[in-house]
Write a protein that binds this ligand. Structure first.
Ligand SMILES: *[C@@H]1O[C@H](CO)[C@@H](O)[C@H](O)[C@H]1NC(C)=O
Ligand SMILES: *[C@@H]1O[C@H](CO)[C@@H](O)[C@H](O)[C@H]1NC(C)=O
Length: 285
């Protein structure tokens, strides 16, 4: 009997000793984000003991080793922030959102150049033996916003049956590997319709109302050189009249996800399609 109990206790000790070791996780980096834009970093903890609901601290360092870390925000202590961060935490520019008992999200609403660095997610121990990793770190690179979108104004009036070329120059300074996409849309009346999106993987997607026309060759994409992207609508109809816009989006590709890092939308111009029937009427008169 005593022997049996002993072996059970021994077994439990083995279990406790062998089968859990705390793991804290942030996504692998580096994360590339744009100055003035937001960032979200998710951190989770698994294989821990103690209460289900875990607490999290976020810190920043300038080096990967993190010899010197500065405290940013904590789920536990409202007065955690270093004095250099108190204002941004108080204003909500920097926040921490609990997504689950063991998952939180660090959010910065408007990145500054000096936010670049290594972000540390740390969970205080609730384990009865210290085992595993209590923190993890990811690099954040903050790049300047160099995205430029400049459209070329199309003719204001276009006779029915002509081709309409919608030109948009989309560029960004390429210093880190980011990707671009270009999208066109049209608004007539209240409704805005997506026409076509090119990128960020060289792929083309069409808006519901334009899918057929693209398949039939009535919509042509002409990616030119030097940042110029042209969309040609063949044989315009009166229903093509409206206000055209183009958007340029810069993306980062991280851990198999496409992350939109900055976007700019510009109006190309308003086009009125003149019915050819109208011309005939004038000629007859
Ligand atoms: C590109 O990045 C490097 C290193 O961060 C920097 O020294 C350089 O000025 C950058 N160049 C441009 C054009 O932004
Ligand atoms: C597009 O814009 C960029 C940056 O403003 C410029 O360098 C380039 O020459 C432009 N391309 C064309 C085709 O106008």
């Amino acid at each position: 009997m005593g022997k049996c109990l002993l072996s059970v206790v021994f077994g439990l000790l083995m279990l406790g000793g062998c089968c859990w070791a705390r793991v804290v996780n942030v996504p692998p980096g580096p994360l590339i984000r744009v100055e003035g834009q937001p960032v979200s970093i998710i951190c989770d903890v698994i294989e821990y003991s103690g209460p289900r609901e875990q607490d999290f601290d976020w810190l920043i360092s300038q080096t990967a080793k993190g010899e010197t870390k500065i405290k940013i925000i904590s789920t536990f202590d409202a007065r955690y922030a270093d004095s250099s961060y108190t204002k941004r935490v108080a204003s909500g520019d920097i926040s921490v959102v609990r997504l689950d008992d063991n998952v939180v999200e660090l959010k910065i609403a408007e990145l500054k150049a000096q936010d670049a660095g290594f972000y540390w997610c740390l969970t205080p121990s609730t384990d009865y033996v210290i085992k595993g990793n209590y923190d993890d770190q990811v690099q954040l690179i903050v790049i300047p916003n160099t995205l430029q979108v400049s459209p070329q104004t199309p003719p204001a009036n276009l006779p029915e049956g002509n081709d309409l070329t919608l030109s948009c120059n989309v560029t960004r300074r390429l210093n880190f590997s980011t990707y671009l996409s270009v999208a066109w849309s049209v608004k007539s009346g209240a409704a805005s319709e997506d026409i076509l999106t090119f990128g960020p993987e060289g792929d083309v997607t069409t808006g519901a109302k334009f899918a057929r026309r693209y398949a039939d060759g009535g919509l042509r994409l002409v990616p030119g050189r030097n940042g110029l992207f042209e969309l040609v609508i063949s044989r315009v109809m009166t229903s093509d009249g409206g206000t055209y816009t183009c958007s340029g989006t810069e993306w980062s590709h991280e851990n198999d996800n496409w992350i939109k890092i900055v976007e700019s939308t510009k109006e190309i111009g308003t086009v009125k399609v003149i019915p050819t029937g109208y011309k005939r009427v004038i000629k007859l008169m």
